[in-house]
Design a protein around this ligand. Structure first.
Ligand SMILES: Nc1ncnc2c1ncn2[C@@H]1O[C@H](COP(=O)(O)OP(=O)(O)OP(=O)(O)O)[C@@H](O)[C@H]1O
Ligand SMILES: [Mg+2]
Length: 334
């Protein structure tokens, strides 16, 4: 199936924020990302803080321009389009839900204005049609018709979701959509997203620290480490068949396994994105790393299942259980 959005060798390099006015330090926020999102699929993105998940999300929705590489929308290069055309292409086919709804929603506007705004900006429909659509959106996300001004966190996130859906997108990108919410409403919002995805046939890219939720919600899981996509795994295989040691380590910290295990320890901090290690960036924390890993980042290899690929010189065997891995990693810490 042809991709809704496709990144090819996308890099995002920032100037470092810290280090003074004259610093030439660079932050490698996203490095060589290749990723295609097809209609209707749910793709989860996992990785520790700072590994580039939000950067990837912003590049996918066309709000961040990659320093190099391309972003194609339905086969058309987004950043060579005239800007008006780019805004129309992005606005009309992609919705984005941000981490913290209170910063994403303008408090000076009423809920109706917030929901009508994308239609006003993209000049969709008549005045009456826009009002109808606002009512439709509110009921779609389960908001009552009469809302007080003081919205709860869950209600604010429902507004943010409704806004993302206003122009009837094909793809919704949700960056930590529940992390600012109380635990009690998280499930409601996740279920709402899943339900909407089914009903509207959306593709969904879902970024979260909660790897179990990602596993449950997704068809495919993208593992990121220090700006790189290091593995793409069908969600059903990710806990015990992932090939990259980092993916196994992340998913080993899994409460609720049939036979709970001690997680594979991730020793030491994530290296600085300003000076990433040579070769494979994970090697400084990997119990399997050797001198080969310091030399080069390997290309993707295909695993046996369709859609499963990884970048690692010394991948975990497919039939090796995470339980055995824990034993190995304990006896061989780097
Ligand atoms: N505008 C910016 N200027 C400088 N550095 C930035 C900028 N935006 C992001 N970074 C850096 O780029 C790297 C990737 O950031 P990003 O926000 O994509 O990570 P993340 O995986 O979303 O993290 P988290 O899980 O904490 O949300 C980090 O090192 C971050 O500090
Ligand atoms: Mg983030």
């Amino acid at each position: 199936m042809s991709a809704l959005v496709e990144l090819s060798d996308a890099h995002v390099v920032h100037k470092a924020r810290s280090g003074g006015l004259f610093t030439r330090d660079k932050v490698y926020a996203l490095t060589g990302a290749d990723l295609a999102i097809t209609p209707g699929e749910t793709v989860g993105v996992v990785g520790e803080s700072g590994c580039g998940k939000s950067t990837l999300a912003k590049v996918l929705v066309g709000v961040e321009r990659p320093t190099s590489g391309t972003v194609a929308f339905r086969g058309r290069d987004l950043w060579t389009m005239p800007s008006a055309e780019r805004r129309a292409a992005v606005g009309g086919s992609i919705g984005m839900i941000f981490q913290d709804p209170s910063t994403a929603l303008n408090r000076r506007l009423t809920i109706r204005q917030i929901l009508r705004d994308p239609m006003d900006v993209h000049d969709r429909g008549s005045r009456a049609e826009r009002e109808d659509r606002v009512r439709e959106l509110m009921s779609l996300v389960g908001l009552p018709r009469a809302l007080s001004d003081a919205l709860s966190g869950g209600q604010r996130q429902r507004v943010a979701i409704a806004r993302a859906l206003a122009l009837d997108p094909d793809l919704v990108v949700a960056d930590e959509p529940t992390s600012a919410l109380d635990v009690s409403v998280r499930t409601q919002i996740l279920n709402l997203l899943l339900d909407l995805k089914e009903r509207l046939g959306l593709a969904l890219v879902f970024v979260s620290h909660d790897i179990q939720t990602v596993r449950r919600m997704s068809d495919r899981v993208i593992t990121m480490y220090l700006g790189r996509i290091v593995e793409e795994t069908p969600a059903g295989l990710v806990t015990d068949r992932a090939r990259h040691p980092y993916t196994r380590a992340l998913f080993s910290a899994t409460p609720g396994l049939l036979h709970p295990i001690d997680p594979i320890p991730l020793v030491g901090p994530v290296p600085s994105a300003t000076r990433p290690p040579s070769g494979c960036p994970f090697r400084t924390r990997c119990w399997k790393a050797d001198e080969v890993c310091a030399r080069a980042m390997p290309a993707f290899s295909a695993a046996s299942a369709a859609g499963h690929r990884f970048r690692c010189h010394h991948p975990v065997e497919e039939n090796e259980s995470t339980r055995d891995l824990v034993r190995h990693s304990e006896s061989k810490e780097p």
